[in-house]
Design a protein around this ligand. Structure first.
Ligand SMILES: NC(=O)c1ccc[n+]([C@@H]2O[C@H](COP(=O)([O-])OP(=O)(O)OC[C@H]3O[C@@H](n4cnc5c(N)ncnc54)[C@H](O)[C@@H]3O)[C@@H](O)[C@H]2O)c1
Length: 431
């Protein structure tokens, strides 16, 4: 989606001023900002050219204000596939060598989670604007160290939380904040899949290298890989962070010597008493993925880009009549009523937040089209040219990364974890 369409699509009739005051990290996405970088290019290096790295590189190919000048991966087959896309880029197997190359303005860090913190910190300290994939790090200490380095160096840092750039999310959150579903009374996030989450491995010696997601040394499993996206949405909606978390996790189905849970169920509790539940199971996909925001007047489903009112308008007269005769029922039975309620004339399907909605069933481990990732990469490249950080973006990502890790700790230690004060950073409440 072009920048121009992106802004139009969100449907903020008040223009980009309103857009940026509600979502300050979108500054680079305005038409006014586009004029700032006319003719200029961000010279970029990409560290980690595996599946998500290639996804970003394919996006970068389409952006006019970008030149990919360097590539780095410590696994040759992956480096070669990226070099085939950008034959003029210099290639490296060590990130420090790439960072020493003159003429690089910014880097993408698209390595496994365990490699995010030290590479990002090295890059920021080397004076490079940095885009690091989510989640931030494997420990809360490293998340904070990344945040502190970002602040100390004054360089731009983006984290790959693409929902912050997804038009359907932006529109839906704007609607929630304007009160369309009333007072928020609960948040339900879930991500269900039915696959082993494994990638094919050519030789057993490469197992941990390729399937790093399944091993604790490199990954926090479902929490850092999936939950981090959805926990961010809960905070964004409520404009605050939870105070406590408790939960359970286990390996119940994929008992194949993996170390990370294949089943998690947690409750994050906010100071106002609102609970955000988080569930993920990868041996049943019936429920798919969703972030449901429950309000006293309605429900917003952010993944679907749909909302539903609690009280629905009466059905057309003739349908009501048939319904009453056939079912002895009246029309205002809730769409989400008890399961014994027979089909009624309502068939209330809810409303879409935008005319064009791109949806995913959530099975991809690489990325999908039109989910905000292209706009996020585009905005980063813009910031690389201007040197202007994306306000509150790192903070949103920081809290979701830390919350994912606290959730993991709560499950591993089987106790309620309170958000530690020493990990609180200034968080812009953009009300
Ligand atoms: N935002 C999203 O929706 C989304 C989607 C998928 C993946 N991701 C994130 O992207 C990151 C990468 O995931 P992936 O699926 O592409 O993994 P991957 O294993 O396919 O690719 C990672 C690459 O990094 C390379 N690498 C590892 N250590 C390195 C080092 N020290 N220096 C240079 N290269 C190194 C590996 O050889 C590999 O090619 C992860 O953090 C993941 O969570 C984000």
């Amino acid at each position: 989606m072009e920048r121009r369409n992106f802004i139009k699509e969100i449907g903020m009739m008040g223009g980009s001023g309103l857009l940026v005051s509600a979502f300050p990290w979108l500054h680079s996405c305005t038409l006014e900002a586009e004029k700032e970088i006319k003719g200029e290019k961000a010279r970029l290096g990409v560290i980690g050219t595996g599946s998500r790295g290639m996804y970003h590189l394919n996006h970068l190919l389409t952006l006019p204000h970008v030149e990919v000048v360097a590539l780095c991966d410590n696994y040759e087959p992956h480096l070669k596939q990226a070099a085939a896309l950008f034959p003029n880029a210099k290639t490296f197997s060590r990130h420090t060598d790439l960072l020493s190359m003159p003429g690089i303005d910014g880097v993408f860090v698209v390595t496994p989670l365990s490699e995010h913190a030290h590479i990002t910190i090295d890059a920021l300290k080397a004076g490079k604007h940095t885009f690091c994939e989510k989640s931030m790090a494997t420990t809360t200490e490293d998340c904070l160290a990344m945040y502190n380095t970002y602040k100390e160096t004054g360089k731009v840092l983006y984290i790959g939380q693409q929902r912050l750039f997804d038009p359907k999310y932006l529109k839906a959150i704007e609607m929630i904040h304007s009160g369309i579903i009333g007072d928020i009374t609960g948040i339900r996030c879930y991500w269900f899949r039915n696959n082993d989450w494994r990638r094919p491995v050519e030789h057993p010696s490469l197992e941990r290298k390729i399937n790093w997601r399944l091993y604790k040394e490199f990954s926090g499993g479902l929490m850092t890989e999936l939950a981090t996206h959805q926990l961010q949405v809960g905070n964004w909606v409520l404009k605050m962070i939870p105070e406590t978390v408790a939960g359970f996790g286990d390996i119940i189905f994929w008992k194949d010597s993996r170390e990370v849970y294949d089943n998690v169920c947690l409750v994050y509790r906010y100071a106002n008493g609102i609970n955000m539940t988080y569930e993920s199971v990868i041996s049943n996909k019936f429920n798919g993925l969703e972030e449901q925001i429950l309000g006293h007047k309605g429900t917003m489903e952010l993944e679907k880009g749909k909302y539903y009112f609690e009280e629905v308008k009466p059905a057309a007269g003739i349908l009501q009549l048939i319904n009453q005769i056939e079912h002895r029922m009246f029309d205002n039975v809730s769409f989400a009523g008890p399961s014994w309620v027979p089909e009624t004339a309502q068939k209330y399907q809810g409303e879409y937040v935008l005319n064009k909605i791109s949806q995913t069933e959530g099975s991809s481990t690489v990325g999908v089209v039109d989910d905000g990732s292209l706009e996020l990469a585009d905005a980063f490249c813009h910031s690389v040219i201007t040197g202007r950080p994306a306000e509150n973006l790192v903070e949103e990502a920081y809290y979701s990364s830390v919350l994912a890790l606290l959730g993991l700790q709560a499950m591993e230690e089987q106790r309620i974890i309170k958000f530690p004060d020493e990990y609180k950073i200034p968080y812009l409440n953009f009300a």
